[in-house]
Structures are given as C-alpha cells and as structure tokens.
Ligand binder design. Structure first.
Ligand code: MG
Length: 272
C-alpha cells in the first residue's frame, strides 16, 4: 500500500484554500478557521475515516459532521484531495448555482452529512446519529464531529456532551479545533473556556490533547479505542496556519485577499 504523503496533501489543501478565497472575489471567506483545520480534516478523511467516493451513502460508512460549519471550504478542499469533490466543484465555490457554499449544505450523494453553520448543533446531531446506529445494531460505523473552541460557548454543546456520556456513546469522537480565536477576538476575551479538557472529562468523556498540525499525533489520537465512552480530542492549532499575515489575527476569520496578499499567501503555503 502506498504511504500517504500528508505533508504534500496539507500543502495542496492550503493552496486550494487560498485559490478558493481569492476566487470568491469581493466576498469574504472563512479562511482563518479553515487553515487551522487542514491537518485535522486530512487525518480524518485520508487516514482515519471509512469514507470512500464509492460508498458515500453506505450504511457502514463513518459519519463526519462539520459543526464549525464556517470551515466548509476546508472540508471541500480535503474532499477534493480524496476525489469526492471535483475541480469544477472547487471552481464554483460560493458562486450562484453551486452546491458548495460558505457553509455545508446537506447532500448525501456528495458526502455532506449536515447543514452546518449555526453553531452548537453538530454534537447534538452526533448524539442522535449515534443512538440511531445503536438501534440499527450498527457497531462498525463511527461518528466524527469537528467543533470550534469558540463554539463551546454554546450551551447546547454541553447538553449534548451530557447526553453522549449518559447513553455511553462510544461511537462518537468529537474533535475541538482549539485555535484560541473566534469570530472577532480571542476566546479568552470573548468568553473564557477555562480547562476544556477537564470540562469534557467532567461530563464523562475520555479526553486527550494533541498538536492539531501534526498528522501523526492526530491519527494516533483519533485511532484510539474508546468502547462505551464518548471521546474528545482537543487539537491545539493556529488560526490562519501557514500564512504569516493571517496567523493568530482575528480579522482573518472572514476576509478577502488583495492581489498582493494572494500572491504572498500562495507563496508561503507552497513552502511549508
Ligand atoms: Mg476558534
């Protein structure tokens, strides 16, 4: 079996993201929180999840729920590497008539499980999906859900966290993209999250912390068995990762690139 070159894949995803952002023209894109999630989604789609182009509606597939729906462009760019999303799909991103918008729109045939973007809802869907799979006696499929750290401000996240532990939903893995920023400021200034790991473990989850830009660490964390306990991977990341003028800068949550910024960003992501 050919070894997967995650460095090359992550670089190509970042290049695609920069092209998608510039190609969107005068409208902003969620480039910062997409760049923080590149390795997380690459590890999931290319290394961990049982999702293939030929089996997008298979009952035995793993399910991926993008709860931080504003990172849809990253999901599309990684699915492009997987061969699920086409060049034409990428070219029509955010254009009239496209299936690929700023937030994911549910489309089973194209592998989009959830219409995300209204934050705080994905973990609840994961709980419902996990219970449904149990009723169907499906013990092969896993559910992976990606949340933002700022998203953990939402009370519904904690209601879902409590439910997942109560129902012993060991088929759920939640990944938190801990990039320390949300919308327009640092999470610490908007709403202190405290010790997120302790919060999840307090709700009955097994937890681990890893470098969210290390695919090796992510795959090791995401491949861990957790039988009857829901599992939370806290992935420490940098918002805007790979582009110097975007890294840790709140205004790149949703923004547009000038021509010179586009050239610089492409050059920088090509070199990492
Ligand atoms: Mg964040």
């Amino acid at each position: 079996m050919t070894k997967i070159d995650y460095t090359r894949i992550s670089r190509q995803v970042r290049e695609t993201l920069i092209k998608m952002a510039y190609g969107a023209g005068n409208i902003g894109t969620h480039i910062g929180g997409s760049l923080s999630a590149v390795e997380i989604l690459a590890a999931l789609y290319m290394g961990v999840m049982n999702i293939s182009k030929g089996g997008l509606t298979s009952e035995t597939r793993d399910r991926f729920i993008l709860s931080k729906g504003h990172a849809a462009m990253c999901q599309f760019a990684v699915m492009h590497q997987k061969g699920i999303v086409t060049d034409e799909d990428i070219a029509t991103f955010k254009q009239n008539g496209s299936l690929f918008h700023a937030h994911p729109v549910i489309n089973a045939e194209r592998g989009i499980e959830f219409s995300g973007g209204s934050l705080g809802q994905g973990l609840s869907l994961a709980v419902g999906t996990a219970l449904g799979l149990k009723l169907k006696k499906n013990d092969t499929s896993s559910i992976f859900v990606l949340l933002g750290d700022g998203e953990c401000n939402e009370g519904a996240v904690w209601e879902a966290a409590m439910s997942a532990a109560h129902y012993k939903l060991g088929n759920i893995t939640a990944i938190i993209d801990v990039n320390r920023l949300q919308l327009d400021d640092f999470t610490e200034r908007v709403m202190s999250l405290g010790e997120l790991e302790q919060k999840f473990s307090g709700f009955g989850w097994r937890t681990t912390v890893c470098d969210g830009h290390s695919v090796d660490e992510l795959i090791a964390a995401l491949s861990s068995e957790h039988s009857e306990q829901p599992y939370c991977v806290l992935a420490n990341t940098v918002k805007g990762k790979g582009v110097s003028f975007m890294e840790n800068v709140a205004s790149w949550h949703n923004n547009r690139l000038s021509k010179s910024q586009y050239a610089q960003a492409l050059s920088e992501v090509g070199g990492i």
